[in-house]
Design a binder for this molecule. Structure first.
Ligand code: ADP
Length: 297
């Protein structure tokens, strides 16, 4: 048996002690992380139950309205065309809202399972922007929001601005951003859309003069189910899915999203999208090419 002298023994003991301390440190660190994860899990559970109750309201309420309004049309007397027209307008507005909610829920589910593919086409940006404004007309009219659109370099009436990417995904991104800009603005305020070609890239800014977002909340708004102000949200529809979808789609398109915002002053959401590359076009084995101007929603 080898003899261990005092010096070596002391050295070994010191090493053991060091190891023990490191293990203790690791344990404390692990415990902290487990606590953090547990907290996140609890938050996500509470977000999910909020989400389920929000979604339930947002699907059931407009459905009941549509049903009720249609029933009123059925019982109208002959010659009450004007009344029928205004009830039909209300049905249109409720179904547009329902359509938007359902599209977001399905897109979130597809993103979650990684099933979303790029479907490339070359299309006219002003045509898409006008289509989005038209789609959001019920919300715009309800809140008497003024929408202004600017192109850089400027375009004359009827000029085209062709860009190659996934039209439906870009539409999803912009519908969510413009809808939020309207939702978080006071009645009668201004929402501006700035469209710029920057090198080969397309840059779109959606600017509002609404409630804004504080610095500490800026990092959280892209989290799924996250909604910042409960008081404001009781007045506004939504499920906290929109920006997480926007973020997922911008990533899929190799783009970037930036936010400038000040509480009480308004927000600017900027999306920068590169044109789809030839390799993205060639990888489209499933024949997913979409004709210009094809309606997707
Ligand atoms: P939702 O709009 O359904 O609540 P989103 O994911 O689209 O969900 O947005 C998450 C949260 O980010 C919103 O609930 C709101 O608190 C904040 N937010 C998003 N856009 C704006 C905006 N333009 N102005 C102020 N707050 C915003």
């Amino acid at each position: 048996m080898t003899k261990i002298n005092d010096k070596t023994l002391l050295h070994l003991l010191k090493e053991q002690l060091k190891k023990k301390r490191n293990l203790e440190k690791e344990n404390t660190q692990l415990l902290k992380e487990v606590k953090k994860l547990n907290q996140k899990l609890l938050e996500s559970e509470s977000f999910k139950s909020h989400f389920i109750s929000n979604v339930t309201n947002e699907i059931i309420n407009p459905f009941s309205s549509v049903k009720g309004l249609a029933e009123r049309i059925i019982h109208l007397k002959a010659g009450e065309m004007k009344k029928a027209h205004s009830l039909a307008k209300l049905i249109y507005s409720e179904s547009a809202f329902l359509d938007f909610q359902l599209m977001n829920i399905f897109m979130a589910a597809h993103l979650e399972t990684g099933e979303v593919k790029m479907e490339i086409s070359e299309f006219d940006i002003p045509h898409l922007i006008n289509e989005i404004i038209e789609y959001l007309k019920p919300e715009i009219n309800k809140k008497k929001i003024a929408i202004e659109t600017y192109y850089y370099p400027s375009l004359s009436m009827g000029d085209k601005l062709l860009f190659k990417t996934d039209r439906e995904k870009l539409r999803f991104i912009l519908v969510n951003l413009v809808s939020n800009a309207i939702k978080f603005s006071n009645d009668g305020s201004l929402v501006t859309i700035h469209i710029k070609t920057e090198g080969d890239n397309l840059e779109i800014k959606v600017q509002d003069e609404g409630i804004g977002i504080s610095k500490e909340n800026l990092n959280e708004i892209f989290d799924r189910f996250k909604r910042i102000d409960k008081k404001i949200h009781s007045l506004n529809s939504g499920n906290g899915l929109g920006l997480s979808i926007v973020d997922g789609l911008v990533n899929l398109m190799n783009g970037k999203i930036y936010i400038e915002s000040e509480k009480g002053k308004g927000s600017i959401f900027t999306v920068v999208i590169p044109p789809a590359t030839n390799s993205e076009l060639l990888s489209d084995e499933d024949g997913l090419f979409v004709d210009d101007e094809e309606e997707k929603f």
